[in-house]
Design a protein. Structure first.
Length: 276
């Protein structure tokens, strides 16, 4: 018997619908699934410690041998709620921002938005997700994933100091009119059977919203209404033509600003979408 494919998945709430079938549905046991930060999913693929990873899309330009599994992604169209830039200054005056060490796509997204929309290229300081420390050491703090969900996006002050909170999904959409894709499944040496399992797991998860909300509300110490709204309204799990157009624009913008080399994306054959 051949060994199971090793899957490195993101540990944040936004991943739950994608992996629900692998953990609780018909796809359970097909893969050996582990969970970590987005940046570490990419590192696991690079090191050969995983066969498939849910990786930040900026890593597609840094690991050009990877093929993308079509049919599922972590994306948004407009506000995303979990990619927040908390700033002590107007964005066109930023000289530095602290970046969550778990992030890669969102760091470059921030730099693209600041350069293209606000005309600044601030210094980036990489720190763990601690808003107090980040705002002490930089003009702004980039917080992603579950820690961002615990921040009030409407807050106007932090520890008595005025701040403004920018949702980077909304900023990108205002600038481009396109969705923003944050992560995709990718790997090396994959075939259509892998694609089918991943797409079926996502389809199963998206049909089990009530189960996910019940489980994740207690598991992550988040309000049930926020969990439901997040996985049904804020996060999109499609990877269609508009998402591909958005990925191309994001990666070409990153290349033009010198963050990565230009790349032509490689997609596996699409799977047949099944309804669970």
């Amino acid at each position: 018997m051949s060994p199971k494919r090793r899957v490195s998945a993101v540990s944040y709430l936004n991943t739950s619908p994608l992996v629900w079938g692998m953990l609780h549905g018909p796809q359970h046991g097909v893969f050996d699934v582990t969970f970590t930060l987005p940046s570490e999913c990419a590192d696991a693929l690079r090191a050969g410690e995983a066969d498939i990873g849910l990786i930040p899309i900026i890593e597609l330009a840094r690991q050009s041998e990877l093929s993308i599994v079509p049919g599922a992604s972590i994306a948004c169209e407009g506000a995303v709620r979990s990619i927040l830039l908390v700033s002590k200054k107007p964005l066109d005056e930023l000289e530095s921002f602290a970046a969550d060490s778990g992030s890669r796509t969102s760091v470059v997204l921030t730099q693209i938005i600041l350069a293209r929309k606000h005309g600044v290229r601030p210094e980036v300081v990489t720190l763990r997700a601690d808003l107090d420390n980040m705002l002490e050491q930089a003009d702004a703090a980039l917080i992603i994933g579950d820690p961002a969900l615990k921040i009030d996006p409407a807050m106007e002050s932090w520890r008595g100091k005025p701040v403004h909170v920018y949702d980077l999904g909304a900023e990108w959409f205002e600038m481009t009119g396109l969705p923003m894709v944050f992560a995709v499944w990718a790997g090396k040496g994959l075939d259509s059977s892998v694609t089918q399992v991943i797409v079926d797991s996502a389809s199963y998860g998206r049909s089990r919203t009530d189960e996910i909300v019940d489980h994740e509300t207690s598991n992550r110490d988040l309000p049930a209404d926020l969990v439901r709204e997040y996985v049904t309204r804020y996060i999109r799990y499609d990877l269609g033509e508009r998402e591909r157009e958005a990925m191309d624009l994001y990666l070409s913008s990153a290349a033009e600003l010198g963050f990565v080399d230009p790349i032509e994306l490689q997609f596996l054959e699409p799977a047949k979408v099944t309804r669970c």
